[in-house]
Design a protein around this ligand. Sequence first.
Ligand SMILES: Nc1ncnc2c1ncn2[C@@H]1O[C@H](COP(=O)(O)OP(=O)(O)O)[C@@H](O)[C@H]1O
Ligand SMILES: [Mg+2]
Length: 506
Amino acid sequence: MKPLLEMRGITKRFPGVLANDAVDFDVRAGEIHALLGENGAGKSTLMKILFGLYAPDKGSILIDGEPSRVDSPASAIAAGIGMVHQHFMLVPTLTVTENVALGLESQRFGRPDLDEVRARIIELSATYGLTVPPDAYLWQLAVGERQRVEIIKALLRKARLLVLDEPTAVLTPGEVDDLFVTLRRMSNDGQGLIFISHKLHEVLALADRITVMRDGCVAGRTVPAETDREGLAHMMVGRPVKLAPEVAETQDRGVRLSIKGLTVVGDRGTNAVEDLNLDVRGGRILGIAGVSGNGQRELAEAVAGLRPSASGSVTIDGKDITGVGPSTARSSGLAFIPEERMRDGAIGSFTVSENLMLLAHAEPRFSRRGVLHSTAIRNHSQMLVDEYAVKTPDLTTTTSALSGGNIQKLILARELEGEPAVLLAAQPTRGVDIGAAEYIHERLVAQRGRGTAIMVISEDLDEVLALSDEVAVMFEGRVVAVIPRADCTVAELGLLMAGGIGSEAA
Ligand SMILES: Nc1ncnc2c1ncn2[C@@H]1O[C@H](COP(=O)(O)OP(=O)(O)O)[C@@H](O)[C@H]1O
Ligand SMILES: [Mg+2]
């Protein structure tokens, strides 16, 4: 049988980048084909070519074995291709039904009857588990619901092949499960699905086949039964990758960071963190799991001295640092890797060296009576760049020109200098490629080995599980459970993160 879709020798060049380099890719009816790759690998470009948004420089597209000219989204839709974009294309001031109708109207179906559209939405909701309220306005919907509207829109336009570009990036773990149920039902009905992701466990859980892209090329093709997370990471990066750092036995140094009864007011004026208690021991990593927006950001900012706390206390090695501000918190032994690395962690317009010296430049070894000692500064910066493998043309490069992973290594290098008592790392590998993430994890574990108490806040459950000795789950500003790593299951953490009660916490 002919594949539903064949893309042959697709090449696309942008100024300075070969985004797709002779890519061959095919999808059969009834299969979920995952397209996996790091940021910048060329996945979205390939899909935009499929959807007629970009013209390829070379290559051809065949649908049901027949050469097909897909030169606009309208012709892609006419050919049965649907796309759920990374950024939704819906009108907030219209209802769900009106949005779906709008999608139909713009094609060549004539003006649709709203009652009929509404009935079809309800029917599709039932068939595929795509629950949406047809009469609600788009602005009233949660992100997961908006995504379901996009999928319904594509189904109503009779898509036989549906492309989902990073659909899980915006979803909670529970919503991801629901989406996977929907996608499986669709593939059982004979739809072809292209599922784009850079998350290894999702691809392994969902895909029938997997194509891995790296630097614009197909780096490998496989199926879940013949590979695992390490195997996929190897293909993505082009070298063996250790996904879980080796965590050695270390000495327990007792409680070094203690948070007691902490309440923090968020930007909306309500309590973002409420009566929170946590202890972190030296030589241990405490992971904080939670869906974003449950107080993690405000907790980190309060501990780091960037945000006042309404009540409660934060102590480091017994010393109260509540409300002392960021520089005193730092001199009391706190190192901080902020979530907003370009806002709170580094200054984009400064050079690499200036960012590395941001906190140390006033020390006597680097300056005397206001005169900077440039050789000492240069040597010190170079030492940190080398030690932390920061890839930069030189020390005077503007920091904003570095990749996310290299900026994060730079911040890590600066923060871990001088053996902090406590390290608070918020989303330490978000937006960072797998190779840099591996390196950052190794450094965190090494710091654990030196007796620092480490708190890692992350929305990435795999990261939390790979690093932590204990996992605390935050929900609506509170810690709802603290579970030793050995007793954690993804299912239970997911439930707790969504506000459910796990067996441990009950
Ligand atoms: N419209 C564009 N103009 C210039 N360069 C682009 C454009 N779109 C993508 N690129 C570049 O092409 C490469 C592949 O990008 P993309 O297809 O978005 O990757 P992915 O979706 O795998 O993250 C990247 O280097 C990106 O910067
Ligand atoms: Mg993309």
